[in-house]
Design a binder for this molecule. Structure first.
Ligand SMILES: [Zn+2]
Length: 360
């Protein structure tokens, strides 16, 4: 049997194909349904597939769809792993596949969730006031204007590029993407409290990891960096034990706190919360960020998406389909060469982690 590896066209198809791959691998699937339904009326869920012994000392968690639309690539990688690598998993290691951490964004072809929230800006300490991002406020109305005509797009984009030229591209990226908590219909919004997927991580992940002493989390992302390249992004400080483990396993790891990464230093990413959530395991966590198109093209797609949901008609407007296609094209590439390239990288990264953990 030849198994075709390509990106699924819809969430429902990605989910069905993942489930079929789990069956082929002899692995069980546990579904955690989301209260809302998807763009085609389908059931939405986080699906968890487990391979290997329940009492394994080491657990590798592979996560897709933290940023909804990025799940089309992540899901294809997870399916590939189940078909091509699950059977060769060494003793003492369990692999847990978390499919569609943000299923609503996955189904609606959005980076954000049902609340227009970026899940990776939502893991702040909600007992405190959320971080301020005055830089975002200065350009909020330019980023997501009320009108998205060609003329308005041209005017606001020119104005934003002027700001970028004045403050520098690095500062501009930080203003736009580091997270903001004051503009709920804007982009990179962190929310106003823990969202559904955040609560799922808090309530479910510790029991899924169980008594494992060593934990590796590989969180699959797309949309930043050169085409097909998979940068490994760590939220751990340079010099920390977790960062040192990461570089020993994988070589180059870029820390967001060190200014080394294609990503800005973020507020509220979910991997930063893992050591406190699962304190008994030695945790090595990494985001793999696969590049697609240039940052401006990605930014334009996010602006269009935010405008659609704030001011347009996301359910019936003909423009909505075009914007979803624009977002999809910014975050995944249906060229089989892209998928082959990112899978090859994932094979190296996941293989190195599994070997290191199996070696003890
Ligand atoms: Zn992402």
């Amino acid at each position: 049997m030849t198994i075709e590896h390509r990106l699924a066209p819809t969430y429902a198809q990605a989910r069905a194909e993942l489930s079929a791959a789990a069956v082929r691998a002899g692995a069980g699937v546990t579904a955690f349904p989301h209260p809302s339904s998807g763009r085609e009326g389908e059931e939405l869920a986080i699906d968890v597939v487990t391979v290997g012994p329940d009492d394994a000392d080491s657990v590798v968690v592979i996560v897709s769809g933290t940023h909804g639309v990025e799940g089309y690539a992540g899901s294809a990688i997870q399916r590939w792993w189940l078909d091509e690598r699950a059977a060769a998993l060494p003793a003492g290691v369990r692999v847990v596949i978390v499919h569609a951490l943000n299923p609503v964004g996955f189904s609606w072809v959005r980076r954000v969730n049902e609340d227009n929230v970026d899940l990776n800006r939502n893991f702040v300490d909600w007992s405190q006031p959320p971080p301020a991002n005055d830089g975002y406020g200065e350009i909020a109305d330019l980023l997501v204007p009320a009108d998205w005509s060609e003329e308005s797009q041209a005017t606001t984009t020119d104005a934003l590029m002027e700001v970028a030229a004045t403050v520098g591209m690095q500062r501009f990226q930080e203003m736009v993407t580091s997270g903001q908590y004051a503009h709920p219909t804007g982009i990179f919004h962190g929310g106003s409290g823990p969202v559904w997927s955040h609560r799922w991580v808090t309530e479910r992940l510790p029991e899924i990891v169980g008594a494992a002493r060593r934990l590796c989390i590989l969180d699959l992302h797309t949309g930043l960096g050169p085409w097909g390249h998979g940068e490994l992004i760590s939220v751990d400080d340079i010099g920390s034990d977790a960062y040192r483990r990461g570089t020993a396993w994988w070589g180059a790891v870029q820390s967001t706190s060190g200014g080394e990464s294609v990503s800005a230093d973020l507020d509220g990413d979910w991997l930063s919360g893992i050591p406190a959530l699962i304190p008994d395991a030695e945790a090595t966590t990494i985001a793999i960020e696969y590049g697609t198109v240039d940052v401006i093209t990605v930014l334009q797609s996010l602006r269009a998406d935010a405008w659609l949901h704030a001011h347009g008609d996301s359910s019936s407007d003909a423009a909505a389909a075009a914007i979803r296609a624009q977002v999809r094209a910014a975050f995944v590439d249906d060229d089989p060469a892209w998928l082959a390239t990112i899978i090859e990288r994932f094979d190296d990264v996941s293989g190195a982690a599994i070997s290191a953990l199996a070696a003890g």
